[in-house]
Design a protein around this ligand. Structure first.
Ligand code: MEV
Length: 319
């Protein structure tokens, strides 16, 4: 049997992170320049039910049976077996590699889950449809984020710009595909500071519990910006989209998830001509995004490098 390979892209939250966990809409886009890849290979030399797991990026070489049950890789592989109802799969090795930086706001956890679910379910002869892929990845996201909104698994599964609202009574949120009237360019700069989303999401929850009124107000204002951003994208008004991103950054600073490193990169991008810039994802570290005029993209990249970005990449968002 030939090896089965599947990939899944990274993602960036354009506007609305954190507020989306509290029921406000958010906009996210796929970032195809970085990818998680899963390869499933048959192992006829092993008994049925044996599943090897290799993740060379984190020096992991083990078996499903030896992984703790709450390990995210074990959860995703077991989740596929439970969904397809195969207690004893043909022996195989699941190998995972990824170019998406970990704990950097680019959806590495969701992409790894989606790539594994696609490759493993296809290997078992029952490739799962997108809805099930996203639902299963969401279950695993709960291990990464605690109380995820579901936006990461959704954008990574469907690989298109989405306007997303969490649903309170069902696992699956509401997703609308965005019509991008005019493609726009994002420069994504990595602060190099690792910041697991589970920590920022839980800190925001503590702060919200201490002052529900203040935080609900900040989340509602974020929701208004996201709604305006959706119209800006659908009308091709890129300068307005940039202003809305700046306004969202101001709120994220009040929410308490920005950092001096991120703000240095955000300022550098704005001074180099970006229409707007903000942190993206959980915050406190990880990546920021800048909306760059097409003729100023290289200036923005250069400014980020000078401001000590660990790396940067450019992606174009279209429908
Ligand atoms: C993480 O990409 C976005 C957050 O809003 C968490 C979530 O929505 O699950 C910070």
């Amino acid at each position: 049997m030939p090896a089965i390979t599947a990939t899944a892209p990274g993602k960036a939250i354009l506007l609305g992170e954190h507020a989306v966990v509290y029921g406000q809409p958010a906009i996210a886009v796929p970032v195809i320049q970085v990818k998680a890849r899963a390869i499933v290979t048959a192992r006829p030399d092993r008994p049925r039910g044996w599943v090897g797991v290799q993740a060379p990026d984190i020096d992991l070489e083990t078996t499903l049976a030896d992984l703790p049950a709450d390990d995210p890789l074990a959860r995703v592989i077991s989740g596929v077996l439970e969904t397809i109802v195969i207690p004893q799969p043909p022996a195989c090795t699941v190998r995972i590699t990824s170019t998406i930086p970990i704990a950097a706001g680019l959806g590495s956890g969701a992409a790894i889950s989606v790539a594994i679910i696609r490759a493993f379910s296809e290997f078992l002869g029952r490739p799962l449809p997108n809805e099930q892929v996203s639902d299963l990845a969401f279950q695993v996201e709960k291990l990464h984020h605690g109380t995820p909104s579901g936006i990461d698994n959704t954008v990574v599964t469907y690989e298109r710009a989405v306007y997303f609202t969490k649903s309170n009574d069902a696992a699956r949120g509401q997703m609308m595909t965005l019509k991008v009237a005019k493609p726009f360019t994002l420069v994504i700069g990595d602060s190099g500071v690792s910041s697991p989303t589970v920590l920022t999401v839980s800190d925001v929850r503590q702060a919200w519990l201490k002052d529900v009124e203040l935080y609900e107000g900040l989340f509602a204002s974020t929701g208004d910006l996201v709604k305006s951003a959706r119209s800006a994208i659908e009308n091709g008004d890129t300068p307005l989209l940039g202003q809305l991103m700046d306004a969202n950054q101001e709120i994220l600073e009040k929410i308490g998830v920005s950092s001096p490193d991120l703000e240095r990169l955000i300022q550098a991008a704005r001074q180099a001509g970006a229409y707007g810039a903000k942190l993206s994802g959980g915050g406190r570290g990880g990546n920021m995004i800048a909306l760059a005029p097409i003729d100023a993209t290289s200036e923005v990249v250069e400014a980020l490098t000078k401001a000590s970005a660990k790396s940067s990449l450019v992606t174009v968002v279209s429908s």
